[in-house]
Ligand binder design. Structure first.
Ligand code: NAD
Length: 501
């Protein structure tokens, strides 16, 4: 409890947010929300069924004409007020996020919540700069300009790893551009998306602009993606589910934005600052207990630095403090669930045949879904532990010889979400940023994101951008408007249809 915040009281009316108020789901099926640090139930609620999705889409459809007609300045004002409400409630959001995800409270307080507030501030400003290209008289006889228009009701689906930030990334650009939205969070982490929607209503968003349905992927998620009144699907989650979502969205000809899995390479050249690379690798691999789509997962280290890097990472990893997420000294919390912990442990166990577990590789004693930070060396490039997304606190390290080989290995998975290059040589850095196929390449750092810059994948990591003004391209449609300037009934080009008559 924080300042009187009690989950049961807060969501006594239900865990669906439709048309500006909470209501219960109607699926007849209960969902438990569990604190992964203890295994104890935090809250249980009735999941959304298809009728709840229909009600949420209807609320969003009814709200669309009014919200789309609001001026950019009016939308910006509401977003500014919203950023203020989120900032006032920062501690409550941090508490709920840590409770449902097991995130260390210092991560929720210093990353998830301020990032969300900053995103809201960014889109409050960006809402006033939603322009088409300037006009031109390209044919000589016409004036053309481009209108950038909202598209309608957006259906979004989010994962459990950053529930609050994912709600922000999906909702803010969509509503800043004049759309209305129905978001389906992951059913095991419903709390902060609901709080986000409540705060939006308090800040002055009209009822129905932002709706939340908490339901199962195969029920509420698929119904939302296939819904005829939803014009766009924006999905963040695994590549496997993304494929299914794409099939359904394609069948109903929807605009599609997919933010999928990752397997980020961490490329250390032999002139790198070793100390910086070691610290960057441990932080980049363990943030959010490794449940981060951009986490450093594959370190490729040029041969002269390889042994020292392995030793440095193993030493630093073994000092990281696992513990109670609400203890401010805890560095790494549990995984999201016992099922996810067992999945990660199974990946590591399968890797033992052919690779070396340098540190970690264990489930500590106790009730929580914890797993020790793990470093694996000497794995084969084509092995599962190098190629598949594990989504846990596991870093694999491999050596390379030439720069060509390093870059080839970095590109050698189906994914392309993020990557980093560690070097003091500007030419090497420049080459890596140019040749690594990923939506983000950091140089001498790994993880930071910023509201002004786009986030999104290449290859099997999907397409489309979250955050930044680039996200407006996802959530707007572009219309060419063309005016005749001649005022002549018989236009010159009519010759091609009427001949000389
Ligand atoms: P997931 O794909 O299992 O689930 C994501 C969401 O999809 C959930 O809300 C789930 O209920 C829903 N869903 C499941 N089946 C569905 C279906 N058939 N139809 C419609 N919706 C369905 O992913 P997860 O386990 O919640 O999250 C982890 C994954 O998310 C990882 O692969 C990670 O890389 C990815 N991720 C990507 C980004 C990014 O920006 N690219 C960000 C965060 C997480």
């Amino acid at each position: 409890m924080v300042n009187g915040f009690q989950v049961h009281d807060r969501f006594a009316a239900g865990a669906q947010y439709i048309g500006g108020r909470l209501r219960p789901g109607t699926s007849g099926r209960e969902q438990r929300v569990v604190n992964p640090a203890t295994g104890a139930e935090v809250f249980s609620y009735e999941l959304a069924g298809t009728a709840d999705v229909d009600a949420a889409v209807a609320a969003a459809r009814d709200a669309f004409p009014g919200w789309a007609a609001a001026t950019p300045g009016e939308r910006s004002d509401v977003l500014h007020r919203f950023a203020g409400v989120l900032a006032e409630r920062a501690e409550e959001f941090a508490y709920a996020e840590s409770l449902q995800c097991g995130k260390p409270i210092k991560l929720s307080r210093e990353f998830d919540v301020p990032g969300t507030v900053d995103n809201a501030s960014f889109f409050a400003g960006a809402a006033r700069h939603l322009q088409g290209q300037s006009a031109g008289e390209y044919s000589g006889d016409h004036t053309s300009y481009v209108r950038r228009e909202p598209i309608g009701v957006v259906g979004s689906i989010a994962p459990w790893n950053y529930p609050l930030q994912m709600a922000a990334w999906k909702i803010l650009p969509a509503v800043a551009a004049g759309n209305t939205i129905v978001l389906k969070p992951a059913e095991i982490t419903p709390l902060t998306s609901l709080m986000f929607a409540q705060a939006a209503t308090e800040a002055g968003f009209p009822d129905g602009v932002i709706n939340i349905v908490n339901g199962l992927g195969q029920v509420a998620g698929e119904h939302l993606v296939g819904h005829p009144d939803v014009v766009m699907t924006s999905f963040t989650g695994s590549t496997a589910v993304g494929r299914r979502v794409a099939e359904i969205a394609t069948a109903t000809v929807k605009r599609l934005h997919l933010e999928l899995g990752g397997k980020a390479p961490f490329l250390v050249f032999d002139d790198a600052d070793l100390d910086a690379a070691v610290q960057g690798a441990v932080a980049g691999a363990l943030i959010n207990t490794g449940q981060d789509c951009t986490a450093a997962t594959r370190a490729y280290v040029q041969r002269p630095l390889y042994d020292a890097f392995v030793q440095g990472v193993a030493e630093l990893m073994s000092t990281v403090r696992l513990g109670d997420p609400f203890d401010e000294s805890t560095d790494v919390g549990p995984l999201i669930s016992h099922a996810q912990r067992d999945r990660v442990a199974a990946f590591v166990d399968r890797a033992r045949d052919g690779a070396r577990v340098v540190t970690g590789g264990e489930v500590p004693a106790g009730d929580g879904a914890y797993y020790r930070p793990t470093l694996i060396a000497d794995a084969a490039q084509d092995s599962e532990i190098v190629q598949s997304e594990i989504f846990g606190p596991v870093l694999v390290v491999l050596p390379f010889d030439s720069d060509d080989e390093g870059i080839t290995l970095a590109n050698d998975t189906p994914y392309g979400l993020a990557a980093s290059a560690w070097t003091r040589d500007v030419y090497r850095a420049n080459r890596a940023t140019r040749e690594i196929k990923a939506g983000c390449v950091w140089v001498n750092d790994h993880i930071p994101i910023i509201s002004e810059m786009p986030h999104g994948g290449y290859k099997a990591s999907g397409f489309g951008k979250d955050m930044s003004s680039y996200s407006f391209e996802e959530y707007t449609q572009v219309k060419h408007v063309m005016y005749d300037n001649t005022a002549v009934a018989r236009k010159d080009w009519h010759r091609t249809i009427f001949g000389d008559r």
